[in-house]
Ligand binder design. Structure first.
Ligand SMILES: NC(=O)c1ccc[n+]([C@@H]2O[C@H](COP(=O)([O-])OP(=O)(O)OC[C@H]3O[C@@H](n4cnc5c(N)ncnc54)[C@H](OP(=O)(O)O)[C@@H]3O)[C@@H](O)[C@H]2O)c1
Length: 291
């Protein structure tokens, strides 16, 4: 198959490219960075260098593809983050139509069943709706759980304050996923013959936040590492203090509040998938190696 993927050689798109090339597909990888072209070629794929904000570039990169993988990368410079995410979704929809693509696997998020109140996931909800409006295009939304790698954002907190935490408590049930398990699921869907519009949840493990603290703490030689719950205002102030723009910090706090109340996970709990292979204990070893 001829497959175009967004997301450059990012956390999901790099292992995805490797799987698809190995399976014998012709893979085109979109990156905004010309310096990445050589690395993309070295993996056996074709670089398409340009911006996902540019619909005519996207259209040319999608042209001739039997299937496309769409994802919206983080953009900490966005003035209105939810709208920016939806705008990229609209760019994808316009390019899919202009290029005549009929099969799309779209990276979405756990919590994307909700219309609002979930921070950046509200943007994922809007992207799902935009792609669902495309006539004659099969779309599979992969609603990924909370990435394990998000915990790298807590490294400074662990090193300098000796704690890990967020605006939800240690007894909060979390649904976690490894990017490699997502890449595996995306590859499966790109190569399968689904029709219509549908959703698949992708998760690797289910643990409480306190269990996350214990597993990561044990792996880095701090077995007593406590999970600390902050109130929303302190959570936002802490994120701003750590260097995030207010818009992004506020959105993350909104997402954390949705985790605290449980609304983030409620639809997942009634549509549970078979869990992926990479468990919290496996990720804890990776975390310790990078700590
Ligand atoms: N974090 C979570 O818990 C979670 C949960 C569910 C879903 N998600 C979704 O997963 C996404 C992250 O996926 P990921 O970790 O695979 O992505 P990633 O590795 O953070 O980023 C993918 C790549 O996209 C490229 N990119 C950025 N801006 C671009 C632009 N303007 N034009 C073209 N390419 C651009 C960048 O590569 P180049 O520099 O080479 O262009 C970047 O490395 C989130 O944004 C969210 O939508 C996240």
């Amino acid at each position: 198959m001829n497959i175009t993927i967004t997301g450059s050689l990012g956390h999901i798109s790099k292992p995805l490219t490797e799987i698809l090339v190995k399976a014998g597909h012709q893979v085109t990888v979109i990156s905004s960075n010309a310096d990445r072209a050589q690395e993309i070629k070295a993996l056996g794929a074709i670089p398409a260098i340009g911006e996902i904000t540019d619909v005519s570039f996207l259209t040319s990169a999608f042209k001739g593809a039997d299937a496309v993988y769409t994802m919206v990368p983080p953009n900490f410079g966005a003035a209105e983050w939810k709208n920016w995410i939806a705008g990229i979704g609209q760019n994808y929809a316009d390019a899919i139509t202009a290029a005549g693509v009929t099969k799309v696997v779209n990276l979405s998020s756990i919590g994307a069943h909700l219309e609002d109140g979930t921070g950046p996931i509200t943007g994922s909800h809007r992207v799902e709706n935009i792609l669902n409006a495309l006539d004659g295009v099969a779309v599979k939304h992969l609603r990924a759980a909370f990435f394990y790698i998000n915990f790298y954002a807590n490294v400074d907190m662990i090193k300098h304050a000796g704690i890990i935490g967020s605006n939800f408590g240690a007894d909060t049930n979390m649904v976690l996923v490894h990017p490699n398990d997502i890449a595996q699921a995306v590859a499966e869907e790109l190569q399968s013959n689904f029709t219509g519009k549908s959703v698949r949840y992708v998760a690797s493990d289910e643990k409480t936040a306190g269990e996350v603290a214990r597993a990561l703490g044990a792996a880095i030689g701090k077995p007593e590492l406590p999970w600390v719950e902050f109130n929303d205002a302190d959570n936002t102030a802490g994120a701003i203090g750590a260097g995030l723009p207010e818009e992004i910090a506020t959105n993350y706090t909104e997402m954390g509040a949705a985790a605290r109340t449980g609304i983030l996970w409620e639809d997942y709990l009634v549509h549970k998938p078979v869990l992926g292979k990479i468990k919290l204990e496996d990720f804890a070893k990776e975390f310790a190696a990078n700590f």
